[in-house]
Design a protein around this ligand. Structure first.
Ligand code: 6PG
Length: 475
């Protein structure tokens, strides 16, 4: 009897929905869940009993049977939490696998772990793929954005398997393209998540300005976001924001007002910033977004400090002009978030020799994933004209947006700071741009200080680069 086309390990929400997606698209699927806490075991048993009846999805009870149930070369997708459990399951799988088989890690593993696992598995003749999968529960079922990278010899197989279940754009193109070798697929997904954090924070800050500076109602704010959400400004994250703001609690009041203002994270944004720092790439907007989440978590401390040192700033009444400015500042900050993410990808591609195609990556993000939006068409076109960064400098229409939006952006920051509303991501975006266009920076002073206390030397503006000087400051 022919074996299953695909094996999936892990029957959490993502594993369940990916299994159903494969089955709907003509694949037979073997699934296996490791020993999980009783609750999770019960949920996966329920899934098999209720959702997999009459479907070509079969649950196997032990790993040996699971491996034998899959046709060769086996394609086994791990839909499990990143970290030590990925290593454990690989160790359990390895004795039953044969050269030519393929393991695909569909979680949010750190890219250097993926690199390490790939090296080890290829020594056994097993191909390994780190596939970033974005789109949450709905995307997993109906078509996610997929970013696979790893053992290049199985590229064709991987593309055909994943393109069969990925999201598709209106022109039919799949939101899944081969990313590159090594841990590049997971690196790109990690960068996607950093961008996700940045956009969410920009929306949250715009909300806060409307709420606390302009005293607008939740419903009015939903209306404004609804207006922003069209054409080049349309995005999945604005879509869901409007829905969130329109949702009332049982008492008829906006649910958002009952949700505790302490934002969690699972760590992929932090990983992106770690990688950015390792590669020496500044990503201040994304970094500000992560710090903002971390600061929000310390709610009790904030409550204590706010009592002792309360905000003593005025607030404005509704002001149509500021709303227009806010739209500009949101949009330009959004472009800087993408730019920072792409600069990180460029640096990683150079360092690890991945030969990433940035325009292709952006095209994979155009559907199925959390950061999809109209702006990606424009960014993709800009990158097709020139892969050099910053992409908006090379693109006349984007550059014009920056020229026009400059003053509105500053007005928003000035209104927010003068009324005591923190907007770290919007401010970091403008500071990033201002830094890039400053021919001279006070970094000369930093160099002098370093040379003073540590004899770290400095270069001079009147001498060739690469010539270093030291001053005996105390003499
Ligand atoms: C996606 C999401 C998904 C998830 C992350 C981030 O692309 O589908 O990025 O991977 O939302 O885990 O979640 P946190 O906000 O909890 O870090």
């Amino acid at each position: 009897m022919k074996g299953a086309d695909i094996g999936i390990i892990g029957l959490g929400i993502m594993g369940q929905n990916i299994s159903l997606n494969f089955e709907r698209n003509g694949f037979s699927v073997s699934v296996y869940n490791r020993n999980m806490p009783p609750d999770e075991n019960r949920r996966s048993a329920e899934f098999i009993e209720t959702k997999c009846r009459d479907k070509r999805i079969k649950r196997l009870e032990n790993i040996g049977e699971f491996i034998r149930s899959i046709s060769k070369p086996r394609k086994i997708i791990l839909m499990i939490t990143a970290g030590a459990s990925v290593d454990q399951i690989i160790t359990e799988l390895l004795p039953g696998l044969e050269p030519g088989d393929i393991i695909i890690d569909g979680g949010n593993s750190y890219y250097s772990d993926t690199d390490r696992r790939l090296g080890m598995l290829e020594e056994h003749g097993i191909a390994f793929i780190g596939a970033g999968i974005s789109g949450g529960e709905w995307g997993a079922l109906n078509g996610p954005s997929i970013m696979p990278g790893g053992s290049s010899n199985v590229r064709m197989i991987i593309e055909s398997v994943f393109q069969a279940i990925s999201a598709r754009l209106d022109d039919g193109s799949p939101c899944c393209k081969w990313i590159g070798p090594g841990g590049s697929g997971h690196f790109v997904k990690m960068t996607h998540n950093g961008i996700e954090y940045g956009i969410m924070q920009l929306i949250a800050e715009s909300y806060d300005i409307m709420r606390r500076v302009l005293n607008m109602s939740v419903n009015e704010i939903a209306g404004v976001f609804g207006q922003w959400n069209s054409g080049i400004g349309a995005s999945y994250l604005l879509d869901i924001t409007v829905e969130v703001l329109r949702r009332n609690d049982a008492d008829g009041c906006p649910l958002i007002d009952k949700i505790l203002d302490s934002a969690n994270d699972k760590g992929s944004g932090r990983s992106m910033i770690n990688a950015a720092m390792e590669l020496g790439v500044p990503a201040p907007t994304i970094s500000a977004a992560i710090s903002a989440r971390l600061q929000s978590m310390n709610r009790e401390k904030r409550a204590e400090i706010s009592k002792a040192y309360s905000l003593n700033a005025g607030s404005l009444t509704k002001n149509g002009e500021i709303l227009g400015d806010l739209k500009e500042s949101y949009f330009l900050s959004l472009l800087t978030v993408f730019e920072q993410g792409l600069e990180l990808l460029y640096a990683a591609s150079e360092k690890y020799e991945w030969r990433l195609n940035l325009a292709d990556i952006v095209s994979v993000w155009k559907g199925g994933c959390i950061i999809q939006g109209g702006i990606l068409n424009t960014i993709e076109n800009a990158l097709k004209q020139s892969q050099s960064l910053p992409f908006f400098i090379n693109n006349q229409s984007l550059f014009q947006l920056f020229l026009n939006g400059d003053s509105p952006w500053r007005r928003v920051i000035s209104v927010a700071t003068s009324t005591g509303i923190p907007i770290p991501a919007i401010s970091a975006s403008l500071a990033w741009i201002d830094t890039m266009r400053s021919e001279r920076l006070p970094a000369s002073l930093i160099q002098a200080q370093r040379d003073y206390f540590g004899a770290h030397t400095y270069e001079r503006i009147d001498r060739a680069r690469g010539e270093f000087f030291h001053t005996r400051w105390k003499d």
